[in-house]
Design a protein. Sequence first.
Lengths: 95, 208
Amino acid sequence: MPRHHNINGNIVPFTAEEEAQRDAEEQAWNNGAFDRAMADLRQRRNTLLSASDYFALSDNTLTTEMSTYRQALRDITNGLTTIEDVNATVFPTKP
Amino acid sequence: MSIVKLNNQAVKNATSFGSISSLGSMTFIKKLTASSSATLSFVDGSDGVVLDDTYKEYVFTFNNIHPSASGDGNKFQFNFSTDGGSNYNVTKTTTAIRVWHYENDSETGLDYHTGGDLAQSTNFQVITEGLNNDNDHGASGTMSLFNPSSTTFVKHFITETSSIRPGNINYRYMTAGYGNTTSSIDAVRFQISSGNIDAGDICLYGIA
């Protein structure tokens, strides 16, 4: 079905040029899906790592549980090959 | 239940509050309803749409914006036009913050989202991300646009939405920024990064 704009409530079909441009944009978007999902996962992982950085300061004793938690965060991207893998990722529970 | 009154008038009809007169108003301008629409655009000057110096502030409300496409999560986004909707390519610098909470309570978080900001870019600005076409996914929220008709100052905006993304994560997504132009903004376009806006509506209000 051809795409359309809704401009002030009026339906305006895409031109052939707009259809081709949109197809190309969507193809490029879909091609980058896995990379975007991984980037998002890493950013959220890094936020959690940052939130526990102070446990690893030199004047603190890092517990085994906290060390395991932080290592699990670092390893969370291992073995992920599909979008479904990324979406199914469960972050470890902070001790 | 008794009617609350100000100056001996029902609150909805009050025109002053003590010594304050001209209470102001939020005026409904236009509602666009998506129906498998690739874009929704508000263009000043026709079909009852006003986006000029009539108001110093405009508010868009997003009601259950739902994408047609499945996938890793689509972005609901917008861009400005300064030529009546011929081109949507205004240069923008923006920020993006997101807060999330899993439906199963397994994780919460807050971060600055580098994937959602722009630095002097003409690309579409993300309003929220991670939209999927499940029926329990989608987004609602608002965008304020300040003084779009100014020919002296840049055009500030703020967006805030609640959405649900794959993995059943509630997102509160907030952006702010400015269209770095001293030309009048006279049109705004909304779209999904991939596929159509399957359903939902966007309303435009003027703030006086």
